[in-house]
Each structure stands twice: as C-alpha cells, then as structure tokens.
Design a protein around this ligand. Sequence first.
Ligand code: HEM
Length: 402
Amino acid sequence: MPVPVMSNDFDVLPGETLEQSQATYADLRRRCPVAHTDSLGGFWALTRHADVARVAADYSTFTTTVQNVVPKVAFTGRRPPLHLDPPDQTPYRAALNPLLSAERVALLEPVIRAIVREELHPLVARGTGDICGEFSGRFPVRVFGRWMNLDNALQAQLMDAGPAFIRAVQAFDNAAMKDTSVVLYDMAREVIAQRKAHPLSAEADPVSALLAVRIERNGQQVPLPDDMIIGTVRQVLVVGIVAPMVMVGSMALHLSRDPALHRQLKQNPALVPAAVEEFLRLYTPYRGFARTPVKDVEVSGCPIRAGEPVALTYASANRDEDVFPEPDVFKLDRPNINDHLAFGKGPHYCAGAHLGRLESRVALEELLASTRALEVCGEVLYCPYPEIGPYQVPLRFVSAAS
Ligand code: HEM
C-alpha cells in the first residue's frame, strides 16, 4: 500500500454557519471525497454516502472504542453502548432497544405533547424568544426524565446539568465538560442506587432493564459490570438531548425562510411526518461520529493509517447528489428518503430514533398549530463539531391567534 501523504484538504473555521460547512462538504465530495484536515487535532472526513455507510457498518475494522467524535473529548470513562464494538456492545442495546421501540415510544406521545405545549405556548404568547435556548433545549430534557422515570429532584438536576454539559461541549471547554460530566456521573450512580433499592419493571424502566441483564462469564451468568451500567446511564442521560434541540432550531429557521411551506404544512398536518424525514436529511443534526481503523486501510483509494481518526460525516452523506438529486432543496416526496443517515448506520444506529422522530414531529406540529409565521429577529449561532445546525435562533412568533 502506498505511504499516505497527510495534506490539509480543508479547514474547520470557528463559527462556521451550516451553509459554509455544507459548501465545504459539497466541494470535498466533488474534489476530494476522503479528505484530511489538520483542524481539531487532525482527522479524515468521509463525505460521500457510500463511504460513510460502508465504514459505519464495518465495525471490525473501524472501532468506536478509541474516540467517537472529533475533536476527541476529554476521557471521563467508557460509556456503552456508544463506546463499545459488538459483541461487547450488544447486551446494552438488547436492554435499551425494547424501551425505545416504536410501540413503547408511541405511548409517550401524550406526555410529549403536554410538555411541548407547556414549554412552547408561553414563548409564542410572549412574541419573541430563542427557540433553541428557551424551548427545544428544554423539552427533550423533560421528556427524557419521564422516560428514565427520574424523581423530581433528579429531574430538576438534569434540567441544569444536561444543558450545562451541552454548553461546555459547544464551547470546547474541557474543564467545564469534566465538571458537568462528574455531576452527571453522580446522578447516574444515584438513580442506579434508587433502582437497586426499589426495582421497577424492566419492561418500563431503562435502569432496571440494565440491572436485569445477565451475560456469560467463565460459564456463569453474571450481571453487567457496575461501572459499565453507570457509564451507560451517564451516556443516555445526555445523548438524546442535543439532537432534538438542533433539529427544532433548523426546522424553525427553514420555515422562517419558506413561509409557503409553513402554510402548506399548517394546512396539511398529515404531511408533517414526511417533512420531518426530509428535514432530518437536510439538517442532519449530528455532523458525524468518529471511528478509528484498527489496521492500515484504503477508503475509495485513499490510504488511512491504523489509529488515525475518521469522521463519518453523516451531514455530508445526506447531501450527496449521487443519492439525493438537488440535495440542497427541500422535497417532500423523495422516493429514497429512507436511505438518509441522520441516525447513523450499522451497530450504533441511533437507539432513540423513534423517540427523536416523535419529539421532532410533535414539536413541529405544535409550532405550526400555534403560529402563522416565524421571523428571525436576532443573531443565529451555529454548533461546532460534532453537531451541525443552530443552537440559537431568536424568532418573532406570529401567533395563529393574531
Ligand atoms: C433527532 C434526534 C436524534 C438524532 C438525529 C440522533 C442521531 C444519532 C446518531 C447519528 C447516532 C449514531 C452514533 C454513531 O454512529 O456512532 C446515535 C446514537 C445513539 N442515540 Fe441518537 N439521535 C437522536 C435522538 C436520540 C434520542 C432521543 C435518544 C434517547 C434515548 C438517543 C439515543 C442514542 C443512543 C443510546 C445512541 C448510541 C447507540 C449505540 O452506540 O449503539 N438518540 N444517535
């Protein structure tokens, strides 16, 4: 295999807008689909759909155990299922998946709708506000607390610690990230202690489901290791919070620029699920997750050495013109919309995809029902890696009642 030549094919600029990032990816897909950058500690970016999908599925060559985002975040512990490859990852997913099935998640819809209304209506009534900071950064935390059956004290703590962790990640503030991670670990330990003392049904409670798992070790059936259960609970305490926040910000921003679509969806709520799916493709909130090759490899002819971080750029794959014609255009009737990679692919395919979809749909339905139009009235701020999309969208809400 030829010796790889590391070149700086692109830069990650601080404060990049979504449009700037997507313009870079469009250029790379044409010119240099497997691209290296020295930015953020140095990494390879896969930008074409076929490469991203193939590598995401090939977990025996591309491990997630070294780092799963770029830039590499401070290591505060191993957190399944994201930080393990199969077969080690499998029992964690087996415990969580039934609690996140389409049927089980559908039962949460009335709760989600009530929470969404409680958080959204005061904002719309006030007339202006940041839809991310004041709405979509909040309601998923409450939904999550309900799904995890957190008591009121832990729920209140999560309302502080979850968004604080996200702010630290957005600011690349390693010290704050470690501090908030410690708080989240303490919360994980507390909820596990509560469930050990008073178990809930494994069919209705994620922590009880993890505690009930038995795996084979030296011919014996044993529970999952305590530190791994703590890591899993710590992982799920935040994993489902950021993406819905960014998604709602992106959808609102799009509607503010496309009032005809706002009217169309408001008049035809049956179109909302298809709209959410196309928004997920167009505004994939996780730019990409990382993997590390365990041996020297070639991706589309480009040599990558063992140990070099590789970003699976889901946000670029979803705008690959070879798969989605006119990729920057919102279309409600794409025949192959299910090929989008907003929830990833392979063994780490998002465990919470049904919940993420439902939260996005209910938020969009309620936003459409309560407004006639949305107008941007301040500065929009954009997430750095590993997310993509806005984390601040100040809006004027033209109320449906006005
Ligand atoms: C619109 C919302 C969401 C999007 C776009 C999204 C996206 C993703 C993506 C792309 C991955 C794959 C990571 C990788 O390739 O390494 C992932 C993993 C994961 N997501 Fe989501 N997510 C969303 C909401 C949620 C929610 C609400 C939950 C709640 C439980 C959740 C739980 C998880 C978990 C546990 C994993 C790790 C799966 C594993 O490693 O096996 N997600 N998500």
